[in-house]
Write a protein that binds this ligand. Structure first.
Ligand code: UDP
Length: 242
């Protein structure tokens, strides 16, 4: 395995690792060139989930790159005097797609509903006509077909695989695939829904005020139980910053 190409500084928030980097795109491309690996986009909700779920915790621990996707993680790093910019996973994933189109990377997309995947393919072919999509599959397959799909995906030798199966499944699924495998493998949550135009991101002003969680709660009230993790995260960080 090539030398670690990601930012050498790995901090911890509530025991969960996160890379301290000021240019996650540069680090991701370097990781690809060094042989690839898993990229995790860490937010407060996922940090709390990882503390309670050993499989998710192990996936994050073993990932080659963990980026601070959420304002809560950036705040917690700030309490340790580590100044990092928030790096939303959806923005890194989009930049990597654009990079893939411009330099001929082979791209695979896994997850989201069949309708979202169809719209996404159409949109990407329109927006990035040079993009080499070597494998696409929606995320509502029966359990029997997954092993065959995984073999096809690995045989396609992708340089970039974006996986929208939701947390924690996308992280643990990537982690469980056979090694060695090259390319960048990244869980992207609801990004396909946003790119397909079926879901909206919170407006930029809410991001600036660090209240994207409020937008999400209003749009998807069924998430309220999951979102109780946010005050629990703040409380835990104040008691135990690292
Ligand atoms: N999804 C999927 N298969 C499933 C469950 C979910 O493909 O069995 C997709 C879902 O359609 C959506 C994404 O996974 O595109 C999860 O989005 P969400 O915003 O819930 O992500 P999270 O907040 O869990 O990261």
């Amino acid at each position: 395995m090539a030398a670690i190409a990601t930012s050498p500084v790995r901090a911890r928030v509530l025991g969960i690792p996160v890379n301290v980097s000021n240019d996650v795109f540069r680090d991701a491309v370097a990781l690809h060139d060094a042989g690839g690996g898993q990229i995790v986009t860490l937010n407060a909700e996922m940090t709390m989930a990882a503390r309670a779920d050993p499989a998710l915790g192990a996936a994050i621990e073993n990932a080659r790159m963990v980026i601070p996707d959420g304002a809560g993680v950036v705040w917690a790093l700030g309490l340790q005097s580590r100044r990092v910019r928030r790096s939303p996973g959806i923005e890194l994933a989009r930049r990597l797609l654009e990079h893939a189109a411009s330099c001929g990377w082979r791209v695979a997309l896994v997850g989201a509903s069949p309708a979202v995947m169809n719209r996404l393919r159409d949109r990407l072919m329109h927006d990035l006509p040079a993009l080499k999509l070597v494998f696409t599959v929606h995320g509502y397959q029966t359990s029997e077909v997954w092993p065959g799909l995984e073999s096809q995906l690995l045989q396609a030798r992708p340089d970039l695989v974006l996986v929208a199966l939701g947390v924690p499944r996308q992280e643990t699924w990537i982690q469980g695939l056979p090694q060695p495998r090259s390319g960048l493998w990244m869980g992207v949550g609801g990004s396909f829904d946003v790119w397909a135009g079926t879901k909206k991101r919170a407006p930029a002003w809410m991001g600036a005020l660090h209240i994207e969680w409020l937008y999400r709660l209003v749009k998807e009230p069924s998430r309220w139980r999951r979102m109780l993790a946010l005050p629990a995260f703040v409380w835990a960080v104040l008691r135990e910053p690292r």
